[in-house]
Design a protein around this ligand. Structure first.
Ligand SMILES: [Ca+2]
Ligand SMILES: [Ca+2]
Ligand SMILES: [Ca+2]
Ligand SMILES: [Ca+2]
Length: 154
């Protein structure tokens, strides 16, 4: 009996003794007051990882987290330094991927043959009259892309 009583007294000091009041102390913590703490001094919600700064868009590049940067916003975030895709690449927001020029169009001159740079056989992808099988003309160029210039030309 005496042990139980002292236990209960101990509990009384720490919180409330009794099942009915068990939930009351949590309500007194006042969690809303902490959120309203002033910026900078009270520990505002500043970013820790760049992922916290993401605006959800892929093509405009990865946002950065650098609270020490004077240009950073109130969350310590900065816009991306570079777009997601390098020059000449096309960005596809839907699949969040970069596509090389060859993926977009490996046949720039539309003669039906992809450029050699894109793994095709068009030795001049800027001239639709030059491609494998084209008639070899006497023009100082390799029209049929066989590596020889003006062979058997007419
Ligand atoms: Ca072509
Ligand atoms: Ca061509
Ligand atoms: Ca030729
Ligand atoms: Ca030729």
């Amino acid at each position: 009996m005496s042990i139980r009583l002292s236990l209960c007294l101990l509990l009384l000091v720490a919180s409330a003794c009794g099942d009915d009041d068990a939930t009351l102390p949590d309500d007194d913590a006042g969690p809303t007051e902490r959120v309203d703490a002033g910026p900078r001094d009270g520990g505002p919600p500043q970013c820790t990882f760049p992922s916290e700064c993401s605006d959800g868009e892929f093509c405009n590049g990865p946002e950065r987290c650098d609270p020490a940067d004077p240009n950073a916003d109130e969350n310590g975030c900065l816009p991306a330094a570079e777009p997601a895709c390098p020059d000449l690449f096309t960005c596809d927001e839907e699949s969040a991927s970069c596509r090389s020029p060859c993926d977009v169009s490996g046949d720039e001159d539309g003669d039906g043959f992809n450029s050699e740079a894109c793994g095709g056989f068009d030795c001049d992808d800027g001239d639709p009259d030059v491609h494998p099988g084209a008639p070899e003309r006497c023009n100082g160029m390799d029209d049929d892309c066989d590596g020889e210039i003006d062979e058997d030309c007419e």
